[in-house]
Design a protein around this ligand. Sequence first.
Ligand code: ADP
Ligand code: NA
Length: 292
Amino acid sequence: MILVAGSLNLDLVVRAPIPRPGETVLGGELARHPGGKGANQAVAAARAGGQVRLIGRVGHDDAGSEFRAALAGEGIDVAPVTATNAPTGTALVVVNPAGENTIVVSPGANLHLRPGDLAPGWFEDARVVVLQLELPLETVRRAAELGHAAGATVLLNAAPAWPLADELLRDVDVLVVNEHEAAALLHDVADGAEMADALARRVPLAVVTLGARGVAWAARGGGGRLPALPVTAVDTTAAGDAFVGALAVALGEDQALEGALRFASAAGALAVTRRGAGPSLPRRAEIDALAG
Ligand code: ADP
Ligand code: NA
């Protein structure tokens, strides 16, 4: 069982040049997709072959019901996704012609998931607990604590960038960050491998994703680099979520570390070949085919 505790945000996506302050631009047709790092990583893990349970909060609104239906349709256990008196989280996403995205998140119901809402029973059968930083920090910390107590591997994707307290990191086994998030955690470290080394002083395994330049990782007693798999990038949205979801599945299957990172890299690479977040998350067979 892969247990994800995280955010659910309805993504409102439009392709457009990214406007400067005060500027109005015309964009393409509006698309609505279930998104948010929690939901995306849950879907990524389910498609990568994991049995997944998701903990989260939505609003008493259409977006909330759409979310539960869409996630259940992916085979995800959504019993711990309940409704609260705030709008479902929403992300306003602009994708520019170069495929780069700019995002504004209105967290809404996500902020209503409190530490006391986390039932220890949800954690008991978890092999891997997957967390990000789009929930209240104290809720993330409590989830890490419950995951650790249950004997699960606790994987924290420290996104969006935020300083990490030792009280949180002491329960984290695997830290995954992209370059920007790593830079926010470290001072004066520019190289990916050095970033991973520095972060591995705080957690057993640190993984820094470097986009098209692949991955740097470090653990006590070793580390390395893994080049990205060569693909044509169309839209980088959700590369990190695909990577994290697939990595959780591989670690839950006890795959050896380098194989697990290659599997995750293949999932990340496939996600950038397609537009959007949810729609671009790859399935097990294609991840296996690319990872080789
Ligand atoms: P995020 O989406 O969090 O910014 P990254 O952009 O670092 O994360 O992407 C996560 C992983 O996805 C990378 O480490 C890499 O394995 C894969 N990936 C991302 N962009 C590309 C790309 N252009 N080509 C191949 N693989 C990619
Ligand atoms: Na994508």
